[in-house]
Ligand binder design. Structure first.
Ligand SMILES: Nc1ncnc2c1ncn2[C@@H]1O[C@H](COP(=O)(O)OP(=O)(O)O)[C@@H](O)[C@H]1O
Ligand SMILES: [Mg+2]
Length: 150
């Protein structure tokens, strides 16, 4: 596990941009953290790092949005889904396999995504700081996540 502290939203986005440089098509990232903890900010940093030019907004009402970048970037929010069965019915893992899939409130559907994935937790600390922890699962353990530390 790697823990990083991001004092500002700009730094949370910059961490997402740095993470993007380690991503390959088919990668799945689960984001966990309370409302307002910075999941969408972090996801939009990943999108920027993947060359997405469009502004990334919260997908909480539409559930899923796909953006064009160096590879497709699919951004999902499963908060409003009732069950992991409902998530599986959407077949988003298959749909996003040629790009990067980022899922807000991701732990709710962890059993329905590939075992090899990255779990990112965001916690609000004092002075707006965010404590961001990276939990690599499966083959993600051999990725050079320590490079993300500045
Ligand atoms: N260090 C920080 N990292 C991320 N967001 C921050 C930080 N400090 C303040 N914020 C603010 O917190 C809010 C996070 O919102 P958002 O990314 O939509 O959260 P979530 O998707 O988890 O609900 C934004 O308004 C952002 O500007
Ligand atoms: Mg959000």
């Amino acid at each position: 596990m790697i823990e990083l502290v991001c004092p500002t939203v700009a730094e949370t986005m910059a961490l997402g941009r740095r993470l993007a440089s380690l991503l390959h098509s088919g990668d799945v990232i689960l984001l966990s953290g309370d409302l307002g903890s910075g999941k969408t900010a972090f996801a939009s940093g990943i999108a920027e790092g993947l060359g997405v030019e469009e502004r990334v907004t919260s997908p909480s009402f539409v559930i899923v949005r796909t953006y064009t970048g160096l590879m497709p970037f699919t951004h999902v929010d499963v908060y409003r889904l009732q069950s992991s069965g409902e998530f599986e019915d959407l077949e988003l893992v298959e749909y996003a396999a040629d790009g990067v899939l980022v899922i807000e409130w991701g732990p709710a559907v962890a059993a329905s995504v590939p075992r090899d994935h990255l779990l990112v937790t965001l916690e609000v600390a004092a002075d707006d700081r965010r404590e961001i922890s990276l939990f690599p699962k499966g083959t993600w353990r051999s990725r050079p996540l320590q490079e993300l530390q500045l």
